[in-house]
Structures are given as C-alpha cells and as structure tokens.
Design a protein. Structure first.
Length: 183
C-alpha cells in the first residue's frame, strides 16, 4: 500500500474504495473532518470487529445452513479475540485467512494497540493504520466472496436468499462441534 500523507489522502482512499466498504465505514468522512485520528481509529476498529462477527454469523447461516437465531446467539455470546476469530473463520469457511490479507490488519492492529492502551502514536501512523484497515476490509470481502460467502463489510440484506436451514437441534450440535458455546 502506498503511504497516506494527509487526511485528504485518506479521504481519497475511502472514496475510491468499493461501495460496500464505504457503506460499512459510512461515518469515516465526517469523523475525519471533525475529530482527532484517535477517534477515527477507534471507530474503524469497532466496525472491523462488528464485521468479523457478521462474517462468522453469515458464513454459518449461508454455508452451513445453521438456524439464523441460534447462529446469531452463538456468535454474539463469544468473546472474540484475534486468535478466536482466525480459528473460527477457518472452521466456518474451510480455509484460513491468507497471509496477504492479514498483513494489512496486522499493521493496523499494532497502531490500534498503541492508541487504545494509552501509548503514543504519530498522526502518520494513525492515518496509515486507518488506510490499512480499509485495505484489509476490501481484501477480506474479496476472499470471502471467492469462497461463496457474503461480504461482511457491506449491506448484508438478502445475503442468503431463500435458503433452507437446519432445525435448531441439528444447528446446536453443529455449533457445538465447531466450538461455539451457546451457554
């Protein structure tokens, strides 16, 4: 990725991103204009984590025909760490997230950790972490679509069509086998 040198450059990257990415990060332009980059970075990561949950949920429903209510509950009850997400992603989609997709997220997470744990990071680091986050979102969407999954960064209406799902008992066993706890 080319280094982003200004908020204007970051805005240009956002505006040239696919429409699903713009939809997922809809408040990014106004946040860039009105708030410090720390706030923007926190917003971007809240959307990434939300999309990670939606990616797992939608994959369970679309690819594994899980009951939607139980799948949503299973994903919402989990404390999703970075390693948990990667592990469950591999189970749900049948393949791990490729290194070339994860590298953008790894760069962004390093800066996010500094900022959200009260350490200092330069505006340059924050801008580029936000940019890497947008690249990651685009790349993850593309990868999941290549596996016949939905775009977790985007409007998910109609992602599953009118597909039939397993009954709740079958879904419970499937989710348990994948390591999701329904408590």
């Amino acid at each position: 990725m080319e280094k982003i040198k200004s908020k204007k450059g970051l805005l240009h990257l956002f505006e040239s991103s696919p429409k699903e990415i713009q939809w997922s990060f809809e408040y990014l332009p106004s946040l860039l204009r009105d708030f410090p980059l720390d706030v923007v970075l926190a917003y971007v990561f809240s959307r990434i984590e939300q999309s990670h949950r939606m990616g797992l949920y939608c994959g369970l429903v679309k690819l594994h025909k899980a009951d939607a209510g139980l799948a949503r509950r299973a994903v919402q009850l989990q404390h999703i760490t970075r390693s948990f997400f990667k592990e469950k992603f591999g189970l749900v989609y049948g393949q791990p997230i490729p290194h070339n997709v994860l590298v953008s997220l790894t760069h962004a997470e390093a800066v996010r950790d500094l900022v959200l744990h009260g350490m200092s990071a330069s505006d340059d680091q924050k801008r580029n972490a936000i940019a890497y986050s947008l690249v990651y979102a685009t790349d993850l969407n593309s990868f999941i679509v290549s596996l016949n999954g939905p775009r977790p960064f985007g409007d998910l209406r109609g992602y599953n069509g009118a597909g039939k799902t397993h009954d709740k008992n079958t879904t419970r066993w499937m989710l348990k086998g994948m390591g999701f706890d329904l408590k």
